[in-house]
Ligand binder design. Structure first.
Ligand code: 3PG
Length: 533
């Protein structure tokens, strides 16, 4: 499988992908158009914050299965477009938060103490320190906008240096503020009117874009300092420029721009214009928040592991998948079982299904089962389509087919701890299959269309329905043996009243069509289904 990386990540992470057997191309200086043009053959894409994983790119990336955002912000990823095309989107929200938080604090120090102005002056033979006098941060009021992972780190650190911290974040519960020991600001205005420092820690959304513009700046204390190491455009650049020129904003530390330059071009190749760059009281860094060696390693490791896992078909926590309740490793066998149960129907039957009814019983009923339902649907569709189907688009595809999905939960269960039952309702009949997990990861089929059993599911299974008469299994074994197909396990179940039996045979290799024909021709065999999982 092929992976393309369009922005620099740690070299050892790229090596890791190659060691895992992936063909990896690093294409670091391409324009957006060039990236879109080369996407078609790739199964995986790894980006940072510059490459725009937009609808146009996703549509050209016809083989894309996963996009890995090496970092936190996902404003450059069109998650809806990914979801529609079945592309799993992953990011690494924890991996660079310390780096980002520390840079914001660093910019605050630079803005208060004129560190960059002084450095620049000294290098130009100007040591007149009387012209570089700044202000102390201690005892001043820091206004932190956004108290997510990074905002919390910044609030904690600013508190640690003696600032009084006021935070505005309408989405965070009161307990978090109390736990951090910071004051809640109920409105943005309340924060603006009292802060000596304003620092942004929100994602860029419709609500937050230009959230501080001319009128908001006018409400700020004269001499306020502004730090933006989150996303360009949270503070309107034109308004900030004017306020820095007038001195209403004493100084600013800006790590991110509304329109960002290329971070790979050499000096002289870059034709980047931004008025803020001309102001000495505006300290500028090139979106350096996440660029610490530690963060690079963390982010690279995290994103490449996630992308590799997705491409190997493993379950990971993704942006466009339902949240996983509890321990992922405990959930995995049930996810795998659910997918197999879903995959049984169209391998054994052909009547079109109108409703899939999934019942979770026992302990499972107490957990979040969205992912299991998606797994059933993924298995169900995987046998009838070549389209890109993944956890992220399967629900929509099943709805497009006109199939209704019903989820039922009941904690009442006698024989097993947990059970998943899937009923496939077609026009004439409803057929159901049920399974559970024994031990750590044995996926057991306990009901197949009304036949009861304890059959451990494997990659290749033969399901035979036959008259309940002697000799059939012997003949089946002979045919499989003659065709060098090894039998792993066999299981029988019967419905005495109907004189019918159902045999399940776990085999080590797939069955060729001619072998299937011979099996179907055995006298008394009514139907043979090959179940490949
Ligand atoms: C992030 O969202 O993770 C930071 O803004 C870092 O962006 P970067 O990956 O481009 O350094």
């Amino acid at each position: 499988m092929r992976i393309v990386i369009t922005e620099k990540i740690a070299a050892e992470s790229v090596d890791y992908l190659r060691e895992q057997g992936f063909e990896v191309d690093e294409k670091l200086s391409l324009s957006q158009e060039q990236i879109e043009d080369i996407m078609a053959p790739y199964d995986g894409l790894i980006v940072r914050s510059v490459t725009q994983v937009n609808r146009s790119l996703i549509e050209k990336a016809v083989n894309l299965k996963v996009v890995g955002r090496a970092g936190n912000g996902i404003d450059n990823i069109d998650v809806d477009a990914c979801t529609e095309k079945g592309v799993i989107a992953v990011n690494t929200p924890e991996a660079n938060i310390m780096a980002a938080g520390e840079l914001a604090v660093g910019l605050a120090f630079a803005a208060f103490r004129n560190i960059c102005i002084a450095n620049d002056a000294a290098r130009h033979d100007d040591f007149r320190r009387g012209q570089m006098i700044g202000n102390e941060l201690d005892s001043k009021i820091a206004g932190v906008i956004g108290m997510g992972r990074i905002g919390s780190i910044v609030a904690r650190k600013l508190k640690g240096i003696g600032m009084k911290v006021v935070v505005y974040d309408p989405y965070i519960p009161q307990e978090r503020f109390e736990k951090l020991g910071v004051k809640r600001s109920n409105t943005l205005d309340e924060l603006l009117t009292q802060a000596d420092l304003i620092t942004f820690h929100t994602p860029k959304t419709k609500e937050t874009y230009n959230m501080i513009s001319e009128s908001e700046l006018a409400k700020c204390k004269p001499g306020v300092r502004i730090v933006n190491a989150a996303r360009g455009g949270l503070v309107n650049e034109e308004a900030l420029y004017n306020a820095l020129v007038s001195g209403h904003v004493a100084s600013a530390g800006i790590d991110v721009f509304d329109h960002e330059p290329s971070y790979d071009k050499k000096p002289g190749e870059q034709n980047y214009q931004n008025k803020l760059l001309s102001l000495p009281n505006c300290v500028v860094t090139p979106h350096l928040g996440a660029s610490s060696h530690e963060a690079n390693t963390n982010v690279g490791t995290a994103v490449t592991e996630l992308v590799a896992s997705v491409l190997k078909g493993e379950l990971v926590a993704a942006i466009n998948m339902p949240a996983i309740d509890g321990d992922l490793s405990e959930m995995k066998p049930f996810v795998s079982l659910a997918e197999k149960l879903g995959a049984i129907y169209y391998q054994a039957e052909s009547s079109p299904v109108s409703t899939i009814s999934i019942t979770y019983s026992g302990e499972l009923a107490k957990t979040e089962t969205d992912l299991l339902t998606l797994s059933v649907l993924k298995g169900f569709l995987s046998t009838v389509t070549n389209e890109r189907i993944s956890f992220v688009n399967v629900k929509q595809r099943v709805a497009d087919m006109g199939v209704d999905v019903v989820e039922i939960k009941t904690t009442h269960l006698e024989k097993y701890t947990s059970l998943i039952s899937v009923e496939f309702c077609a026009a004439e009949k409803a057929l159901s299959v049920s399974g559970t997990v024994f031990g750590k990861d044995s996926e057991i089929l306990v009901d197949f269309f009304g036949y009861h059993m304890d059959f451990e599911l494997s990659s290749h299974v033969l399901a035979l329905q036959n008259d309940d008469v002697p000799g059939i299994i012997g003949r089946v074994g002979t045919i499989l043996g003659l065709n060098k197909i090894n039998i792993a396990t066999m299981h029988w179940s019967r419905k005495k009243d109907k004189m019918r039996a159902q045999s399940f045979i776990s085999i080590d290799s797939p069955v060729a069509p001619e072998v299937l024909e011979k099996l179907s021709a055995i006298e008394g065999v009514l139907r043979v289904s090959v179940l490949d999982f």
